[in-house]
Ligand binder design. Sequence first.
Ligand code: NAD
Length: 375
Amino acid sequence: MKVGVPRETVPGEQRVAIVPEAAAKLVAAKHEVIVESGAGTGSGHDDEAYRKAGATVSDRQAAFGADIVVKVQKPSAEEIGLLREGAAFIATLQPLTNKDAVKALAARRTTAFSMDMIPRVTRAQSMDSLSSQSNIAGYKAVLVAANSLPKFFPMLTTAAGTVTPARVLVLGAGVAGLQAIATARRLGAIVEAFDTRPVVKEQVQSLGAKFLEIELGEQGEGTGGYAKELSEEAHKKEQELVGKHVKDADVVITTALVPGRRAPILVTADMVRAMRAGSVVVDLAAEMGGNCELTEPGKTVVREGVTIHGEVNWPSTVAFHASQLYSRNVSALLAHLSKDGALALDLEDEITKGALITHEGQVVHAATKAALEKA
Ligand code: NAD
């Protein structure tokens, strides 16, 4: 099977879907890998590295003309137009909100899989790019916060006296939040965290952070281990708790997401006003509207003396490892979908069914179909 690897074109995107290490493995598994020239440059891989891995380096047309095309970012209309009719496609489609691309892929008769829709089941852990990329975002959020903060993170005992450690508050303790907690602890900060899913309490504590407890009056856990949206009353209770802790924090890292919804506002403008000047907010939920009322998605702004980071693509800033891990996720999915070098789809298989969005001219993914009908 010919596997095409185009260069990513979304501004600022440095990652590539297949690094040379993964290309070599695909070649060994009897696939032909066609890479668009320059596709790996942003993540530190030149064309020569792909050639050495046994891939063919060619132009955009050739990469998009493959039997299966793999990308990081969702495709543009132009890119969908370059796909061969009936070809397969893998990317982070975000199909519930990216309706035009889904319709265009169906019209092109593309067999399209979305990395972000792979069920989070044990069998699919090696394919879980949401986790691999969130992990990077959580790590980078702490480094950026430490870099912006006019203070040390660790406690220091110096000849000039003792410096107190930074106080970090992490809201949302999923994959990104837990990595943020671990990284902030490694830098020596005092860390507090909150999540509406009480099951994470032990994980937070095992990383040496304090879990903030509050009686919400309801369970924050929905289906599949994910959070559900809180009632208005529970949301107010949470904001009250958050408000008390935000004012004493030097750094607030927010990661709270509810699948398919706008991110909940946890840090209001008033709370930011109450923070000490020089404090930092890193809002990892910016792409979904942000957990902080003053976040401007895609930008870093200073409001009320507080630096608020709303950048939306942290994994791309660690492009080498983000690409390496994403490649491994994609390769694991490819291995799952193929047999003897060709696609062999079992449409009843939980992973295949969960990730398959369009097939034979139809939108086949139940949640995506429902989102399209609602629109
Ligand atoms: P996510 O990115 O959707 O959400 C991030 C966090 O925000 C979650 O922990 C969520 O509970 C929290 N959150 C939502 N609303 C909130 C609010 N109002 N206040 C505070 N926190 C709020 O989730 P994720 O990090 O991708 O994963 C969440 C969970 O999914 C994991 O912890 C795990 O249970 C499950 N998971 C399973 C697997 C697997 O089995 N293979 C892999 C990864 C994740």
